[in-house]
Write a new protein. Structure first.
Length: 221
């Protein structure tokens, strides 16, 4: 058996701590400055993510302009109203108390995009799974999120938007999709319990319910 070194144990501890401390932040941003070197480290971590066919199909648009943020927030609130109108009264009441973005409160926004044409036409590993490139972008987002948590910063993923609106707002080239608008910055604290659980929207599934052995529904012997 290989015994991990003290430094390896510390690295493992830090990794698992970041995974479990990570939160989708909404109301805890302070608006404080981000160290430029820390931002470079987080973007480098995102850019180090694995990608199908080594296409690295992501780009990162850094948004600090107030007018751009305000235009996006107006759109987000419109989409919030659209979703709220679909809810039965009891769920609408719960949703009314949930904050869905921290765009104006956070220091910086990072919009992560996906370019399906990068590396085309012969993309190794994508011929049978068209969404493999999109999965790669999600891995980059997760890397950035965990790096931000390790840096003591918060991240919030805003998903109440129409892709066409955001692509036009940021003047993206045809064929490039916005995948995530991420709010980034210092926070007062990270909540112990995720927002949606604290507000009673949903409860987390136990791990045992998500693990199958050998086939769907299979149990451990």
């Amino acid at each position: 058996m290989v015994v991990p070194s003290v430094s390896a144990e510390r690295t493992l501890t830090s990794l698992y701590e970041a995974i479990h401390r990570r939160r989708d932040v909404r109301g805890q941003f302070t608006g404080g400055p981000i160290d430029p070197e820390a931002l470079d480290r987080m973007l480098a971590a995102a850019h180090a993510a694995p990608s199908v066919g080594l296409t690295q199909p992501w780009d990162f648009v850094l948004v600090s302009d107030v007018a751009t943020k305000e235009a996006f927030v107006d759109h987000v609130h419109t989409e919030r109203d659209v979703f709220a109108a679909t809810l039965p009264p009891e769920r609408a009441s719960v949703f009314a108390g949930i904050k869905i973005d921290g765009v104006m409160e956070s220091t910086l926004s990072v919009v992560v995009t996906y370019d399906a044409a990068r590396g085309a036409p012969a993309i190794l590993g994508r011929h049978a799974i068209a969404d493999a490139g999109l999965y790669s972008v999600c891995l980059a987002i997760q890397n950035l999120w965990l790096a931000a948590t390790a840096e003591g910063l918060g991240v919030g993923w805003v998903s109440f938007y129409q892709e066409k609106f955001l692509a036009e707002l940021l003047r993206m080239p045809a064929g490039v999709r916005p995948v995530a608008w991420l709010c980034l910055g210092p926070v007062s604290h990270l909540e112990t319990v995720p927002d949606l659980e604290r507000h009673g929207w949903r409860a987390r599934r136990p791990l045992a319910e998500a693990v199958h052995h050998g086939r769907w529904g299979g149990r451990a012997e």
